[in-house]
Write a protein that binds this ligand. Structure first.
Ligand code: HEM
Length: 492
């Protein structure tokens, strides 16, 4: 019989364990290629230097358009290039429609719409789209409501008397008022302290939460570690505080509910919930209502306002583009009224500026992660059940092939020799397929009405003596510009 010393036993177990971990972390032959995973940590070391966007761009250069990484207990497949993304969603979409059960998508217990899967997602995406349309989404009467909000916003800019100001907070509140007028049936004043508090919390959530960061893939046990080394407790706390807002709104709506007077989305949901109360396994529950209200508040606020902040930043840095945009508005609309959606076909340069801001602003560089629910093959690679798919919208928006000199802000790339708009469909900023952004029509309307009105009335400049705002971004849930001040000077 073999006699083992403790040291020999220790060495044997350690080598055995590492061999098992190494074999387990090896990439099967038919998976997309990628960086070599290390035992225990997989490929975390390849993405953890703080700049996920750059890390993914570098890995693509080495491993090609479709590559895979081992992160936590998952294989993550990153898909680059607009054609690949569209083709994958069109041809394999049904096998990757769900969201993965990763930490950041489970913060709401996977309720709501962006984090939901299966029947819950299907029923509530359809319900939300129908009801939002009934209350005006994308319709003419909603346009007038947005224009009223734009007027209030433009007037509030006057209050700053051309002094340096960071516009982020009031743009956030103003944009939020549009979606909230449909969801909760009212708007908030820009100095309403309670709403400002929630908008501020939302901003913190968007900046601190990284859809693609290390925290996203950590096995849940790591999020419970005392001392909060990964910031998970802080996030839980911020999210719980923001949730108070939605819970209170729902409570108030229930107290004043009148079946004959359905004023907004929450009323419509409560009505549906009451009609289906005896249904077995109904998905129309209080928890889902709170989650959807939270989703519409968050997705409907930060995204559009961040795009406007990027657009103003690029217009400050490129004054000749701002002046050309202004001139087109003056020629077509004049000064006496605000631009409206009927003017859009006659303002191709303004539209080109907006497309270019969506492109270079790159505010959602990766679609919300998808989850493979059935094995499939694409371009000769295996996409195994249980893998997470990252669609790199960044790769589509920064493609040198489609957008030469892609680092430059150049709206003319969308204008042909006759001054007409072209190639707008190449902007994949809202993603594609069945999970395409639910608020795309609202966002496009807001971007057009706000940006054209702002440039019609005001000239946006850097504060005297200050450098131009930086084009560097911060990647949280969205990619936001670093804070900057500007002066809004009333045009005569
Ligand atoms: C410029 C503004 C916006 C941009 C660039 C944008 C972009 C996106 C992107 C890239 C996705 C991920 C789609 C995917 O997973 O493939 C998304 C999802 C979503 N967006 Fe937007 N969005 C914007 C504005 C809005 C607005 C105003 C709303 C709300 C009212 C909204 C509501 C949503 C919802 C609910 C989803 C989840 C869809 C689902 O999972 O079925 N978004 N958006």
């Amino acid at each position: 019989m073999i006699q083992w010393t403790y040291l020999e036993l220790f060495i044997f177990i350690t080598v055995g364990l590492f061999t098992w971990l190494w074999i387990r972390s090896r990439r099967p032959n038919n998976y997309p290629p990628g960086p070599t995973p290390l035992p225990l940590i997989g490929n975390f070391h390849n993405i953890s230097d703080g700049d996920f966007l750059k890390a993914v761009r570098d890995l693509r250069k080495k491993h090609g358009d479709i590559f895979s990484m081992s992160l936590g207990t998952y294989w993550v497949i990153v898909v680059n290039d607009a054609d690949n993304i569209r083709e994958l969603l069109n041809s394999r979409g049904e096998k990757m429609l769900d969201r993965p059960p990763i930490y950041i998508l489970k913060l709401n217990d996977s309720y709501g719409i962006p984090s939901a899967s299966g029947r819950l997602w299907k029923e509530h995406r359809t319900f939300a789209l129908n009801k939002l349309k009934n209350f005006g989404f994308g319709k003419r009467n909603f346009e007038s409501r947005i224009l009223e909000e734009v007027e209030v916003f433009l007037d509030s800019l006057k209050g700053f008397e051309e002094k340096p100001v960071d516009l982020r907070d009031i743009i956030n509140i103003s944009i939020s008022n549009n979606v909230m007028s449909i969801v909760i049936g009212r708007r908030f004043d820009y100095d309403d302290p309670k709403f400002k508090y929630y908008i501020d919390l939302l901003g913190h959530n968007f900046r601190n939460l990284e859809v693609a960061g290390v925290l996203a893939f950590l096995p849940e046990i790591f999020t419970k570690i005392p001392g909060d080394p990964f910031g998970a407790h802080k996030l839980d706390d911020l999210i719980a505080k923001t949730r108070e807002f939605y819970i209170n709104e729902v409570k108030e709506h229930k107290e004043h509910f009148d079946d004959n007077n359905i004023n907004d989305f929450i009323d419509a949901f409560i009505k549906e919930m009451r009609e289906r109360k005896d249904e077995e396994n109904t998905t129309f529950t209080d928890k889902q209502l709170t989650a959807v209200v939270g989703d519409l508040f968050s997705t409907g606020t930060e995204t559009t306002s961040t795009t406007i902040m990027w657009a103003i930043l690029y217009l400050i840095r490129n004054k000749h583009i701002q002046d050309k945009m202004h001139q087109e508005i003056v020629d077509v609309v004049g000064h006496s009224r605000l631009p409206n959606m009927a003017d859009k076909p006659h303002l191709p340069y303004c539209e080109a500026v907006i497309l270019e801001a969506l492109r270079l602003g790159n505010i959602v560089p990766f679609a919300i992660p998808y989850y493979v629910t059935e094995d499939f093959e694409y371009k000769g690679y295996m996409f195994p059940k249980g893998a997470i798919i990252f669609l790199s919208i960044d790769s589509a928006l920064s493609s040198e092939k489609t957008f030469p000199n892609s680092d430059e802000f150049n709206p003319d790339r969308f204008i042909d020799a006759d001054g007409n708009l072209h190639s707008q469909e190449k902007i994949l900023a809202f993603s594609a397929g069945r999970r395409v952004c639910l608020g795309e029509s609202l966002a496009r309307m807001e971007l057009f009405l706000y940006l054209t009105s702002m440039v019609q009335r005001y000239e946006f400049l850097s504060p005297e003596g200050q450098d131009l705002p930086s084009t560097k971004g911060h990647l949280g849930i969205t990619r936001t510009p670093l804070p900057y001040d500007c002066r809004a000077v009333l045009r005569s």
